[in-house]
Design a binder for this molecule. Structure first.
Ligand SMILES: [Zn+2]
Length: 384
């Protein structure tokens, strides 16, 4: 009798161990899984308090909200990628920018990639955009009509550079581009705007009056079809890692010239090439979920927020009705793999958008009442 009780107890304990091991296994397996696969397959946001965990290029996002597909002064592009998610602070910044941009002669924003529903690394493109604080905004103004779902997939953005050069095309550049970037820089929470060095140069050469905002405008590769807006760690995101402060000054100096002389200069054939060709390229390390901040494991395993409640409650949506989009029933996260890059090919809708590029009103026309109260100006960067 005693032995049966003992055996039962042993069996009980064994099965408890087996059971807990089985429960633990998926969590452990998930922690060791490539982070881009895990985060790239998430279709909805984590039902948690909004928080950005980690760094712009190594982290994840809890409690994300989705940018509504349409607002009076914006349209979300490449909807199939499902990258319209961000920290509420970023999404509200994009909304406010769209309103200010519209007042500054830019018809409205075409919003590109923000983040995945739970942030994290992506299966395609972008080293950053992982913690819901980065957004790509097309350097093409919104047309005067609503684009269809298909058009948002196929329409290409327009480069502002003169073909074959690293300099802005003067036939297309006008004050509305400057106003757009100045407006974007005017938000205290916006820390950096990444643009092609040619755009930075154009601003350096032409911006009159207050030039302090140019400090936030940083030259970088690409970024002549879109610019990249980055906000700082929002309050409440305790394990969000701040970026190094930008160098004081406008940056209209030798550091900018370096881009033209070195970084973008045509590469001279290297003598060493033959030797290096033989060397095996180092395999890039696969970033696993465990390589991200600890809190990202909870972000992965959290319940999904229903999409309806996850869409950002934008103030400009009251009274605004957008035409119904022929959306797919359920997002296929893998659609991002097949999605067209924004700079690919030309499509008919391009014409309509290009036409909007030249329309700079003498007086800013607004669909909005001006924002009452003072417009926030950039606060000086703290010394490092
Ligand atoms: Zn970007």
């Amino acid at each position: 009798m005693k032995t049966t009780v003992f055996l039962r107890r042993v069996l009980c304990r064994v099965s408890a161990v087996v059971l807990s091991a089985a429960l633990l296994l998926p969590v452990q397996a998930q922690a060791q899984a490539p982070a881009k696969k895990v985060f790239g397959s998430m279709a909805g946001a984590a039902a948690l308090k909004p928080a950005s965990h980690g760094f712009y290029s190594r982290g994840c996002l809890a409690g994300a909200v989705a940018m509504p597909f349409d607002g009076p002064t914006w349209q979300v592009m490449r909807i199939s990628r499902n990258r319209r998610w961000g920290h509420p602070e970023l999404i509200s910044t994009i909304e406010e920018l769209s309103i200010r941009a519209n007042r500054g002669g830019w018809n409205g924003l075409l919003v590109g990639d923000i983040s995945q529903p739970r942030g994290g690394p992506m299966l395609t493109g972008h080293a950053s955009h992982q913690i819901g604080l980065d957004a790509d905004i097309w350097l093409t103004p919104m047309p005067n009509r609503r684009l269809s779902y298909r058009e948002r997939e196929d329409t290409s953005a327009i480069s502002i550079l003169k073909k074959g050069t690293n300099y802005v095309d003067d036939r297309r550049w006008n004050k509305s581009y400057e106003n757009l970037l100045r407006n974007a820089a005017s938000f205290p929470q916006v820390e950096r705007l990444l643009v092609h060095p040619g755009i930075k140069k154009k601003l350096c050469d032409t911006v009159k009056g207050d030039r302090s905002w140019l400090q936030k405008v940083r030259p970088y590769y690409g970024h002549h079809y879109h610019f990249h807006l980055r906000i700082g760690c929002p309050p409440g995101s305790t394990d969000c890692r701040k970026q190094k402060a930008t160098t004081p000054g406008t940056g209209c100096d030798s550091s900018l010239q370096w881009w033209f002389d070195v970084a973008l200069a045509p590469k001279k054939p290297s003598k060493k090439k033959k030797d290096t060709a033989k060397a095996k390229p180092a395999k890039p390390k696969v970033i696993t979920v465990a390589d991200l901040p600890q809190s990202c494991q909870a972000v992965v395993s959290a319940n999904e927020k229903p999409v309806q409640s996850a869409v950002y409650n934008a103030r400009s949506l009251s009274g605004f009705v957008a035409p119904q989009l022929d959306l797919p029933a359920r997002f296929d996260p893998m659609a991002a793999l097949a999605s067209r890059p924004i700079e690919a090919g030309g499509k008919p809708a391009l014409k309509a958008i290009a036409a909007a590029t030249v329309a700079v009103p003498d007086k800013p026309q607004s669909v909005y009442e001006p924002i009452t109260g003072p417009i926030p100006v950039p606060t000086p960067r703290p010394d490092r």
